[in-house]
Write a protein that binds this ligand. Structure first.
Ligand code: DAH
Length: 341
């Protein structure tokens, strides 16, 4: 190609058909690479007749400039097109409504505990907790339940040693809190887990929650108890609820012992399956703290009086939400948990 002029138009035409980056690189190698015709022509400049050499060199340089410029322009256009395509793909429509984030809520048992805690806190009660592993002494003996008392048979107990057990109720925290403060006044509310060694069914679990309430003060009376418990019941079940108190001899640490019922919210007291056709639902046990319990913690029962109550949190939640199986609470089924919110 000594005197034949190099023609860049072939390369420029080929470039017009290049569609992607790989093909573009192939093109660069073919038309501008070391072994390309153009570079070989540069290499052969020495063999061009001396009087034509300068002109040929200029022409080759011009061809090279054209090819390089076309190459850069093509590369630019291709990367701009790629960017545009990417932006198009990733386009965000900021006018679309946002996707709602799933929002959780407290477990239904926690909700009941929080609600009842708030109600009693508003009446000057402190919320405290006690140990789940408890001494027999606090769980039974100091609550008027000696070793041979029939109440010990009723509650089948998980024993850890012959003196230590998983508490069967939150009542031992009555004793602990009285020992802790020394002398009245005291107002405490005690939520927590309790354990019973019994078979599970729709209304029994071996592990469940109770809340214990205790007030000891100068001459606090049963009507204080009835008023505060009724206030709590209306806060939880609705302001229109009626409450009723009846005798209950079941618990030796209260004298007199009582139980509180609310009028059935399903039938409004007329009688239905939920309330066993009585119109009333029993929701807790309560009573005046037995003088022996006070004596046991060195409080003079002639000077101070007290009252206490204990309720099953699951039972309250079941009545509140119309749940018919206690096992649902520990079942971890999100369909259930989402419904009860
Ligand atoms: N501790 C009782 C139980 O386990 C409930 C109870 C009844 C607690 C009467 C009390 C009370 O404080 O006064 O079932």
């Amino acid at each position: 190609m000594t005197d034949q002029l190099y023609d860049p138009s072939l390369g420029l035409q080929a470039l017009a058909h290049v569609e992607d980056l790989a093909a573009l690189e192939d093109w660069r190698v073919a038309y501008l690479g070391r072994k390309s015709e153009l570079m070989q022509a540069f290499g052969a400049l020495g063999q061009v007749a001396a009087d034509k050499r300068r002109e040929t060199g200029q022409l080759l340089n011009e061809a090279k400039r054209q090819l390089e410029q076309a190459y850069e322009a093509r590369k630019d256009a291709m990367s701009r097109a790629a960017l545009t395509a990417q932006l198009e793909r990733e386009r965000v429509d900021v006018t679309l409504p946002g996707r709602p984030l799933p929002r959780g809520h407290a477990h239904p048992i926690t909700q009941v505990i929080q609600q009842i805690s708030d109600l009693f806190r508003s009446m000057g009660f402190q919320i405290i907790e006690g140990p789940e592993v408890e001494w027999e002494h606090y769980n039974f003996t100091m609550l008027g339940i000696p070793a041979d008392h029939p109440a010990r048979d009723e509650t089948d107990t998980f024993w850890l040693t012959d003196k230590m057990l998983l508490r069967t109720h939150t009542s031992p925290v009555q004793v602990r809190s009285l020992l802790h403060v020394g002398q009245p006044p005291i107002r405490v509310l005690v939520p927590g887990r309790v354990y019973r060694n019994e078979a599970t069914d729709a209304s029994h679990e071996a592990v469940f929650f109770q809340m214990e309430g205790l007030m000891v003060d100068d001459r606090t009376t049963m009507s204080d108890m009835m008023g505060m418990l009724s206030y709590m019941a209306r806060g939880v079940f609705g302001q229109e609820r009626k409450t009723r108190f009846g005798c209950d001899q079941g618990f030796p640490f209260v004298e007199p012992g009582a139980q509180m019922s609310i009028d059935c919210g399903v039938c409004q007291g007329a009688g239905c399956r939920v309330c066993s056709y009585s119109g009333w639902l029993e929701i807790l046990g309560c009573g005046m703290v037995h003088p022996d319990v006070l004596r046991g913690v060195n409080i003079d029962p002639d000077r101070y009086t007290g009252w206490a109550f204990g309720l099953g949190v699951e039972r309250i939640a079941m009545l509140k939400h119309g749940i018919d199986d206690i096992r649902l609470f520990q079942g971890n089924d999100l369909r259930f948990l989402r419904q009860v919110g």
